[in-house]
Design a protein around this ligand. Sequence first.
Ligand SMILES: *Cc1c(COP(=O)(O)O)cnc(C)c1O
Length: 408
Amino acid sequence: MTDTLPIDPPARLLMGPGPISAYPSVLRAMSAPLVGQYDPFMTHTMNETQELYRQVWATENEATLLVDGTSRAGIEAAIVSLIRPGDRVLVPVFGRFGHLLAEIAERALAEVHTIETEWGQVFTPAAIEEAIVRVKPTLLALVQGDTSTTMLQPLEEIGAICQRHGVLFYSDATASLGGNAFEADAWGLDAATAGLQKCLGGPSGSAPITLSERAVEVIRSRKRIEAGIREAGDEDAPDFVRSNYFDLGMILDYWGPRRLNHHTEATSMLYGARECARLLLIEGRGAVIARHELAGRAMLAGVEALGLAVFGDVAHKMSNVVAVYIPEGVPGDAARTAMLEDFGIEIGTSFGPLHGKVWRIGTMGYNARKDTVLTTLAALEAVLRRHGVAVPAGGGVEAASDVFAGRA
Ligand SMILES: *Cc1c(COP(=O)(O)O)cnc(C)c1O
């Protein structure tokens, strides 16, 4: 006996830096019936999903698949599989997730070198090249969009720099993919990973990844270890990947034509990830990016019209999230609670040097829409006024409406 009721979450509009409200059809896809691991339908669906994500990433990479787990599962798989203990890794850090990449590389026993820029800024290609020349890394690990600062690191020129210096180029595009341009092949990426819970409009729990031929060669050159088999290698510093779950060599064999058993693919997440990509491609890559750009511009105009100061270098902001300084005298957490309890709207708090200083408001995936932007601005205006801030009546909604109507 139990008196626990069936799950019944409150209605929420998730307008933070992620996770965001999923597209309804993604949730529907995830409730489709399960099939067995080697059912022809399953392998066909895996192949379809690979093909969809090749288009999402703008790549011809055969090695395009899903790592099961949240975005950091993809990050960890890429890093532990691509670097050997003692390899030098360069991580330019412009927010919290750069620190995460450095930490994961450190755990993988890399010799990690970081360069840092102030939060709210990005790196110039020259600064990254200078560090590459100095450090001579095997791998450059660079976040594209860091939600902790809202900044979007330009990647267009980085691939050519890495190629010139024989460095593998990996990017964490979790926060940006779908809402901002990403061109895996044209930009010379060797590895890129993402998650569903930002612009792709799904729940967290699946990490799309794409790997260049060069990256696959590196992964394939690692010594193999699996239950009962251990390839001969240097016994002091064995070369095998220090994770079974995140060993991309094994995961590639599972997704590839050999279909060697590894983990049991997370079937419902596969359905969800497939639907996220399908929706994106039906709408069109360019159209989805333009929708994020429009919603982001409208939200930016709206918060500015409410008199809020925007954090960071706006010229390098991701389209899908904005950080605003919490006005003097307003208790940031109490205001966020009022947004949630009175309006059912979630906006984000902040980490590290920005903790308690800014709110982060996202417009991503399913929620990159006019109604969600206007509703959030109307609620924010009411909450600010209640906390004694003199906000212009209707100003935020009007400014955002003007953007949507093409008047601003
Ligand atoms: C949100 C975000 C993540 C999230 O990782 P999870 O494991 O899914 O929580 C990773 N990287 C970046 C850059 C992000 O913005």
